[in-house]
Design a protein around this ligand. Structure first.
Ligand code: HEM
Length: 539
């Protein structure tokens, strides 16, 4: 009997709490204006409008979710998705304001389940001065033109060619491009060459990554064999594999620094110019600072200057890359950043080109010209200068693919304080979503916005037939790589990789789709059947 009464009381308590939350939810929903928030609809208690959003993004045309709300409430509206009240911005000026004020008025925020998969020292989670320092270090390595030209370009060309050489007469393009971009990023970050003895190691690491990535889109329940559980396990495996490589490299570095001549291996003597090397330099530089306190620090290898006050410096120190675990976190998340995004754009560029024969013909012409010119040269290899100066239409194709596909459809941020914006107040702690997709597909900004038209990125210069680049306004509206302090550090590298991939594809093969394939946008942007194509090698 006592137990029954206890159960009854418990149910009553549960009911009261539920009624309270439902009341608060509807009270907030009807009083958005009173709170200074943009107008909108919070949908149902707890789930809000998440189901409407998910079902829209699972189709080829998710636009009605945003368009219908913009029509009712305006360019900035409030909704409730993924458990939180969220202000959606489809206004490019507001988006820009939010991105530029990262760390001042807004900050990125991830749930603890996502943070556990990313790792504490992932660039995406770092904040403040340490974020600034590591972002600049990363950008200097992966998107600095000189570094890409002198160190990364020849590997990009070689690894892409190596992969295409092995293709049979039918491939699933999305799988193949994923393999390519994974091999590229692992080579760039850690000098692990997938065309040699490390091929198996890279492929086994990639398999763990696939499980890890699934975890980002699963319900975070840590029961045995749930996708989230498997993802956490896969993360451990990935971290362990990377840790082994970090230790090996540390030993190589120490051998070089002590000048020991025990090793015959030429590779060990040669300093590897990769991200891992730079990260180890940061650690050595920092230790150097600690060892020589009061002396002139010789920290130049990190190529980053920190001119902060002693107080700030102390804060930075708290987060400094202190040991290999932190390097592991950092590398692991860089691989994540560069892997899926670039491969999806490669695949979608091919899909859109296949559906737009005139654009494909124009692209082929550009690359045939490059190939023919190469025949007269000694080694005939594609060079950085070809990418930089001889692929203008390719850049239009890449821009247009990024605009139409919107693989990162926008980013979430959280207000760090009450923020006044366009007559509304976004309260401290409120989530905001800057929708790049809504801007990129807005008919007012881009004529016939949903059509794939690479020529829109070329403008006629005055009355002449000369072609100029896109207008400044177009570039302001175009933010596939985000903006502000968190601007994607891989933006240039991604372009180079996609350009080189398209060059080899269109000069080596002709192809036809093997099946109808649909593009969907949830949980990620991808084609449902991994874009199967039949290939024919060109003579
Ligand atoms: C087509 C390819 C790519 C697209 C569309 C893309 C898009 C983006 C976007 C929109 C962001 C901003 C996220 C935010 O503001 O919260 C971002 C950040 C980032 N991207 Fe990319 N990306 C691409 C390729 C790459 C590549 C090749 C790499 C690395 C090798 C990379 C590494 C990163 C990292 C580490 C961040 C986090 C930056 C930070 O928080 O400071 N991305 N990317």
């Amino acid at each position: 009997m006592a137990f029954l009464i206890f159960l009854l009381l418990l149910s009553l308590l549960f009911l009261c709490i539920s009624v309270y939350f439902i009341f608060i939810h509807y009270y907030n929903s009807f009083n958005l204006k009173k709170q200074g928030l943009p107008p909108g609809n919070l949908g149902l208690p707890i789930i809000g409008e998440s189901l409407q959003l998910i079902s829209a993004y699972k189709t080829e045309n998710p636009e009605p979710f945003i368009d219908s709300r913009v029509n009712r409430f305006g360019k900035i509206f409030t909704t409730h998705v993924f458990g939180e009240t969220t202000v959606f911005s489809t206004d490019y000026e507001v988006n820009r304001f939010i991105l530029m004020n990262e760390g001042k008025l807004f900050e990125c925020s991830y749930t603890s389940s996502i943070s556990n998969l990313l790792g504490r020292k992932s660039l995406l989670l770092l904040k403040g001065n340490l974020h600034k320092k590591m972002h600049s270090l990363t950008k200097n390595f992966i998107s600095n033109s000189t570094n890409v030209r002198d160190h990364l370009f020849s590997d990009i060309n070689r690894i892409i060619q190596f992969n295409l050489d092995s293709w049979s007469n039918k491939v699933f393009l999305l799988d193949q491009t994923k393999k390519i971009t994974f091999e590229l990023i692992v080579k760039q970050l850690m000098s692990i060459d997938p065309t040699g003895v490390d091929q198996q190691w890279t492929e086994s690491l990639r398999k763990h990554y696939l499980i890890l990535i699934d975890g980002f889109f699963s319900v975070p329940i840590l029961f045995l064999f749930t996708p989230y559980y498997n993802a956490i396990h896969a993360r451990k495996m990935v971290a362990e594999e990377i840790r082994v490589k970090v230790r090996e490299r540390k030993r190589e570095k120490e051998t070089m620094m002590t000048g020991s001549d025990d090793h015959d291996d030429e590779d060990i003597r040669k300093e590897k110019k990769d991200m891992l090397g730079m990260l180890l330099d940061v650690m050595v530089g920092k230790r150097g600072d600690q060892d020589h306190q009061g002396c002139c620090s010789n920290n130049s290898k990190s190529s980053v200057e920190i001119n902060d006050s002693a107080d700030q410096e102390k804060k930075v120190e708290e987060y400094e890359l202190e040991d290999e675990e932190e390097i592991v976190d950092f590398l692991l998340s860089l691989i994540l950043g560069g892997y899926e995004t670039t491969s999806t754009i490669m695949t979608l560029a091919v899909k859109f080109l296949t559906e737009t024969p005139l654009a494909l013909a124009k692209l082929k012409e550009e690359h045939e010209q490059i190939k023919n010119a190469k025949k007269e040269q000694k080694d005939g290899q594609l060079e950085w200068s070809d990418y930089k100066y001889n692929m203008p239409f390719t850049q239009c194709v890449i821009n247009e693919t990024l605009r139409v596909a919107n693989i990162v459809s926008g980013v979430f941020r959280r207000a760090m304080t009450d923020v006044s914006i366009k007559g509304y107040t976004i309260p401290k702690g409120c989530k905001v979503f800057t929708s790049f997709r809504a801007v990129h597909l807005n008919q007012d900004h881009f004529k016939e916005a949903t059509s794939f038209n690479p020529w829109r990125w070329q403008q006629k210069r005055g009355d002449t037939d000369q072609v100029a680049g896109p207008s400044k306004m177009m570039l302001n509206l175009f933010t596939p790589f985000g903006g502000g302090p968190r601007l994607c550090p891989g933006y240039e590298l991604a372009r180079v990789e996609i350009s080189v991939f398209l060059h080899h594809l269109v000069t080596t093969f002709s192809w036809t789709p093997a099946e109808e394939d649909k593009l969907v946008f949830f949980p990620t942007t991808r084609t449902l059947k991994r874009y199967p194509i039949y290939l024919q090698r060109l003579m």
